[in-house]
Design a protein around this ligand. Structure first.
Ligand code: PAF
Length: 288
């Protein structure tokens, strides 16, 4: 089984030893409950570094709903088993007190204004401050050469890129493509909240994004109208939509005049809150 370290000081020592031997070290931060999407992040990390650390920590500061935090699956032993077959050298599983030594209420917090607002930020107050705060801590404790995050959580990825750029942290942030089930549903730990019937309908989110992507790529100029239509399509498939938005891929800015876009959506299906996005690259400007 892959060794587990819980103490920050031990992790830092191990990473320093590896780096002194000239090895590149990658960190893959997770909240556990690992699935094939996480394993793809680990593979990506192993393609870029000689040593891979996977952190498993259900971070309390990023949950806007305490009930959501309580019920979030904690599956460390199963996660270790999954990682045993993956190119992972070490699991870092800190305790809350280990990562927040002065307690959560007194914790230094990191805010990333602008990028944290809107999209999921509008529906989950404080969420991205919690993510930025814990990722900053994980990067500080581990001191990897690079860290890998999934593009499914695109706003999170952009927030972390900005955090690292603004604080001039010496680490490369790498985005990895979304891994999907056979019917297109993006892999997510939250998919386990879906009933059998909901699971069958859940790929409607991906199908909606595909329809929107195709409409944009075909030159539809009314992007605001498409966002409204997208929400209607989701509602018709039994989702409770939160948002459907078309933004610029590189920085999630407004889409005007760009031809590298992304359609992002969040919607509830039963107890699950699902998010997904699809990049739209193409010749929009030429086609209009
Ligand atoms: O994407 C996640 O699983 C979490 O938000 C992260 C990046 C591990 C921070 O807790």
């Amino acid at each position: 089984m892959t060794p587990v370290i819980t103490r920050s000081s031990e992790l830092r020592r191990q990473v320093a030893d590896w780096r002194a031997e000239g090895r590149r070290v990658a960190l893959v931060p997770t909240m556990g409950n690992l699935h094939a999407g996480h394993l793809a992040l680990v593979e990506r990390a192993a393609g870029l570094a000689e040593r891979v650390v996977v952190s498993v920590f259900v971070n309390p500061t990023q949950f806007d709903d305490p009930a959501d935090f309580e019920r979030y699956p904690r599956t460390l032993e199963a996660d270790r088993e999954r990682l045993a077959a993956a190119p992972c050298d070490l699991v870092f599983a800190p305790t809350p007190a280990g990562l927040y030594p002065f307690g959560q209420a007194a914790a230094v917090r990191i805010e990333v204004p602008g990028l944290s607002e809107g999209l999921c930020g509008a529906w989950r107050p404080g969420h991205f401050a919690g993510v930025a705060t814990v990722v900053c801590r994980l990067l500080n404790v581990c001191q990897p050469d690079l860290a890998v995050f999934g593009e499914k959580d695109l706003q999170q990825l952009r927030v972390i890129e900005r955090l690292v750029a603004d604080l001039q942290m010496p680490v490369d942030i790498v985005g990895a493509p979304t891994v999907r089930e056979a019917d297109g549903l993006a892999m997510s730990s939250r998919n386990t909240y879906l009933s059998k019937d909901e699971r069958q309908r859940a790929a409607g989110l991906y199908r909606t994004l595909c329809r929107l992507r195709d409409a944009i790529a075909a030159g539809e100029p009314d992007l605001k109208g498409l966002e409204t239509t997208g929400k209607d399509w989701l509602a018709a498939e039994g989702f409770v939509p939160e948002y459907v938005e078309i933004r610029r891929w590189r920085d999630l800015g407004p889409p005007e005049g760009d031809d590298d876009l992304v359609v992002l959506a969040a919607a509830r299906l039963g107890k699950a809150r699902l998010i997904d996005n699809l990049r739209v690259r193409g010749k929009r400007k030429d086609e209009r």
